[in-house]
Design a protein around this ligand. Structure first.
Ligand SMILES: [Zn+2]
Length: 218
């Protein structure tokens, strides 16, 4: 239904005879600001294949097959300008991708998931949502609260406290949902329902360089 091209600053959608552009999120730029990464400079995100959208594979523990294809993108590592790799942790601040309203806060298996609705619509009147998983939201983050583009809404949830073998990481999903979809029906189950939600590859919406490490990251 939606074909997104690899354009630089815009995400282009070809929907039937229509075409329109949604500006790419400045997520990485805001991420660097909030987390004071500019000291050594941010070079690129590092993803292993299992972190990517629609991957069938786990990238944690000993690997294996996911229960369902990955609904988004996992952020766990980046490289600075000196070539050093860094991992995200429970102090890492998470900016919101676009101006939007908090539409749902739900527990997930590592922390909380924040569902944010945006005033962007496709030609079928579907609304854009971004979802931030495995987070520890700031206390002032409530349903209905509006955030400006790039404002920090949470830090990454600590996984060590949960005795988890999974490294702390941020999961981002990008989805289109019907305009009138009620906030109280938002959930991960909804996102997995193809009749309701259309999930997209977050890499098409997010600025900044990235590399895919085929060997995986130890
Ligand atoms: Zn994930």
């Amino acid at each position: 239904m939606i074909i997104a091209s690899r354009a630089s600053n815009f995400v282009f959608f070809a929907l039937f005879e229509f075409e329109y552009a949604l500006k790419k999120s400045r997520f990485t730029e805001f991420f660097v600001q909030h987390n004071a990464i500019d000291k050594f400079g941010f070079r690129e995100w590092i993803f292993s294949p299992g972190m990517l959208f629609h991957s069938q594979h786990k990238w944690w523990e000993k690997g294996g097959i996911r229960r369902r294809p990955h609904e988004g993108l996992d952020f766990c590592f980046y490289r600075d300008m000196t070539g050093l790799n860094h991992s995200l942790n429970e102090k890492t601040k998470i900016p919101v991708m676009y101006e939007g309203k908090v539409a749902g806060i739900h527990d997930d298996f590592l922390g909380k998931s924040l569902f944010v609705s945006h005033d962007f619509y496709d030609e079928q009147e579907n609304r854009l949502y971004t979802i931030y998983g495995h987070t520890n939201p700031y206390p002032y983050v409530d349903i209905g609260r509006v955030f400006r583009e790039g404002e920090a809404i949470a830090v990454i949830a600590a996984t060590r406290k949960r005795d988890s073998q999974i490294l702390s990481h941020l999961h981002i999903s990008v989805a289109w949902l019907p305009k009138s979809f009620p906030y109280n029906r938002l959930s991960w189950e909804t996102m997995g329902n193809r009749g309701v939600a259309t999930l997209c590859d977050p890499l098409k919406f997010i600025d900044g360089n990235y590399t895919i490490d085929q060997e995986g990251i130890a």
